[in-house]
Design a protein around this ligand. Structure first.
Ligand code: SF4
Length: 500
């Protein structure tokens, strides 16, 4: 495999932390009016290099990188050569390099989930703060795509820091209102932003346009006054700091409210509490906690009584608590765009949720609601960080659970996309048999905590369809229905054959 490298800077000091070897890659879909390297825009050109050659060149300058420095991919738009950048980053990371990518967010999305987890610093070029100026400055109608890129960094596994850069052109964004829009735009990535820089527009690239015979769109625009750009940079940074402070305050307030709510519902009877605590001690999650810390842990966690229909967490809740179901059932769902509820999982005794959120510090993406009256163990973040964060047992449990959930979500997506109503109903019944089925003389008894509508939401069917299908299965002798809340599965094999 080969990539096209426009040029190399061996001792770069501004494109990422410390001293860096910078590879400027060929190709960019944008046509920024102020681009001072228009010769990098063509996809092919420069020198063809293999990832191995990149590592070899980086190796020559490694001794200058020091503790903070490393390798940067810039451009052009480096993410456009996604496969190549991924191959380079993989090799560089294997050798312990610090990595940085300087992007405008217009690469090949197929490689984002592979590349972004390998990036330590992302330099994010913010061209404009609204659709019209974006199109005017870049010559493409791509503002929405850009916003999508920002919002998806976390989803693509990016866990590093972000340096945000904006080239300020006189008459476009050199005012305080623009700076306020700028800071608002950063909201989805706020927690990762380490630095905000304003680069004053200059005209040193104009000559290249003349040489290449390309018309220069900012003809006549004076260079940006450096002093004014600095003032606005300071203003933007102050605004950002204030927003961060406000966000922290709000999040702390929310945490306290949640804490209060769980405390108010704390199991009251001392007897019940002690029985639960000794039960909890048997859970693998507490296995790794040292004997002398157990009491402290048990004092910090809250044992809450949650009534059926009450929320345990909601979409967007900050990662402040992890929840373990001691008794009862909880449904995890989202409300879809057309107002339907899509249930992903039903959790019951011994299941937990939120471990991964605490580990990687991402907000809750789904809603958790008690399906039946529940007893839930609420583990605050401070307790998790102190006693569980580096416990191999806890980490393994969280990983195994996450893996099981990914597998389940994958099969759910496949089922929703490819199965007909009979297959979906049969698959739901088989799933329920595995989760809550009890062998009896009449067959496998399912005591349901969900009504027909929720069963439909769990399996991707409308209430009427699932009711009709259950009726058909009953006529075929596969199941028996006792009221609305009990199903006896008579012929599991027949149901299983639907999913073969
Ligand atoms: S994104 Fe960078 S390389 Fe691409 S056109 Fe704009 S300034 Fe030039």
């Amino acid at each position: 495999m080969q990539g096209f490298v426009h040029s190399i800077e061996t001792m770069g000091l501004v494109d990422g932390p410390g001293t860096r070897t910078i590879f400027f890659l060929q190709g960019c879909p944008l046509r920024c009016a102020y681009c001072h390297n228009p010769d990098t825009q063509k996809a092919v050109g420069g020198e063809a290099m293999t990832p191995e050659r990149i590592v070899e060149i980086a190796g020559r300058y490694r001794s200058y990188h020091g503790e903070e420095g490393g390798v940067t991919f810039s451009g052009g738009e480096p993410l456009l050569q996604g496969e190549f950048v991924y191959a380079c980053l993989k090799l560089l990371k294997r050798e312990g390099y610090n990595t940085c990518v300087d992007t405008s967010g217009f690469g090949n999305p197929r490689y984002y989930s592979k590349i972004l987890p390998l990036v330590d610093t992302l330099i994010l070029d913010v061209k404009a703060f609204d659709a019209a100026s974006f199109e005017e400055l870049t010559a493409i109608d791509g503002f929405d795509l850009y916003l999508k890129f920002l919002a998806s960094l976390d989803e693509h596994g990016f866990r590093g820091q972000i340096w945000v850069r904006h080239v300020m052109v006189p008459g476009y964004t050199d005012n305080e209102e623009s700076m306020r829009e700028f800071i608002r735009l950063l909201k989805p990535i706020r927690a990762r932003v380490d630095r905000i820089e304003i680069l004053p527009y200059h005209t040193s690239g104009v000559k290249k346009y003349e040489e290449l015979g390309i018309p220069y769109r900012l003809e006549g625009v004076e260079p940006m006054d450096k002093g004014r750009a600095k003032e606005l940079e300071i203003y933007a940074n102050k605004l950002f700091a204030e927003e961060l402070r406000q966000e922290r305050l709000e999040s702390e307030q929310k945490r306290q409210e949640q804490f209060k709510l769980f405390k108010e519902r704390e199991v009251a009877s001392q007897q019940e509490k002690s029985a639960m605590l000794s039960g909890l001690r048997q859970l693998p999650l507490l296995n790794d906690v040292a004997e002398e810390d157990v009491e402290d842990v048990l004092n910090q966690i809250i044992l809450s009584d949650i009534k059926a229909g009450e929320y345990i967490f909601k979409t967007g809740d900050p990662p402040e608590f992890m929840y373990l179901i001691y008794q009862g059932q909880m449904k995890i769902f989202v409300n879809t765009m057309d107002g339907e509820e899509q249930i992903f999982y039903i959790y019951r005794d011994g299941d937990f949720v939120g471990g991964l959120n605490l580990l990687v510090q991402t907000p809750y993406r789904y809603i958790g609601e008690a399906l039946t009256d529940c007893k839930v163990v609420v583990i605050p973040k401070a307790t998790f960080d102190k006693y569980f964060w580096d416990s191999p047992v806890v980490l393994r449990s969280v990983l195994v659970k996450s893996f099981e959930r990914i597998r389940w979500a994958e099969s759910l997506i496949q089922r929703l996309a490819t199965s007909n109503a009979s297959m979906k109903t049969a698959a739901l019944l088989v799933k329920l048999v595995n989760r809550i089925g009890v062998e009896t003389e009449e067959g496998i008894r399912l005591e349901l905590s969900m009504n027909r509508e929720e069963l439909g939401n769990y399996s991707g069917l409308r209430r009427e369809t699932i009711t009709r299908k259950l009726g058909e299965f009953k006529e075929l002798g596969y199941i028996e229905l006792i009221g609305n809340k009990v199903i006896i599965v008579k012929d599991l094999e027949a149901l299983e054959s639907y999913s073969l």
